[in-house]
Design a protein around this ligand. Structure first.
Ligand SMILES: Cc1cn([C@H]2C[C@H](O)[C@@H](COP(=O)(O)OP(=O)(O)O[C@H]3O[C@H](C)C(=O)[C@H](O)[C@H]3O)O2)c(=O)[nH]c1=O
Length: 189
């Protein structure tokens, strides 16, 4: 398993080891051992899966506020997405900066997104199966969203089927108008 740094400290592209043979392939998606060897320390407590039927569907930008903030290990089991992480920590040297990575069943890449970051994706194909582990349980009370097209963040999503946005994603506030309570601290480095 390899980790590839991005311009956002703590956000890594993860490439699992794939063992191919005449039958197909086997890969360890995640193990405590693999992550410890990469110096990544997360105690995942919940596994999620979503299915998006069409190309152009956007889910995000989502996060859970403290005290229920979530780190996420995200991947695509079927199809492909443009996956985006945004630094939402006030005071961070990369505050409001974002990275976009293509994740697909074909490239088998994953993205490790620490707490303090917003997450979203836009499907690049129909029939996308999106799977991810989180290190804090779902909290309806702390669940938050900010506008995917927030001009102060400026994510370049490509073609979005805005008519397929969820009610939540249609009515999310801009980051500056939200109650996002993430604050950067030097210890996070
Ligand atoms: C996240 C979550 C949701 N739900 C329920 C709440 C709603 O009744 C329903 C759909 O939730 P939502 O519309 O927030 O699902 P997505 O739009 O796929 O959002 C997710 O996908 C984006 C890209 C993320 O990064 C977040 O992890 C997550 O917010 O599932 C649960 O029961 N448990 C959960 O952990």
């Amino acid at each position: 398993m390899k980790k590839i740094a991005t311009k956002l400290d703590g956000v890594y592209i993860i490439e699992p080891d794939v063992h191919g043979d005449a039958r197909g392939y086997f890969m360890e998606v995640w193990s405590t051992r693999n992550f410890e060897e990469l110096g990544l320390h997360y105690d995942f407590v919940q596994d999620n899966q979503s299915f998006s039927s069409q190309k152009g569907i956007l889910r995000g930008i989502h996060f859970q506020n403290n005290p229920m903030a979530q780190a996420k290990l995200v991947r695509v089991n079927r199809g492909a997405v443009l996956d985006v992480a945004v630094d939402l920590r006030k005071g961070s040297p990369t505050y409001k900066q974002w990275v976009a990575v293509k994740l697909s069943a074909e490239n088998r890449r994953m993205l490790m997104i620490p707490r303090g970051f917003g997450h979203g994706f836009r499907t690049l194909t129909d029939d996308v199966e999106f799977c991810y582990k989180v290190d804090n349980l779902y909290s309806k009370e702390c669940d938050r969203g900010i506008r995917f097209d927030d001009p102060t963040i400026g994510v370049e999503w490509g073609e979005v089927r805005t008519e397929l946005l969820s009610q939540k994603d249609t009515t999310s506030p801009l980051l500056d108008d939200s109650d996002c309570n993430f604050v950067y601290s030097e210890e996070e480095k």
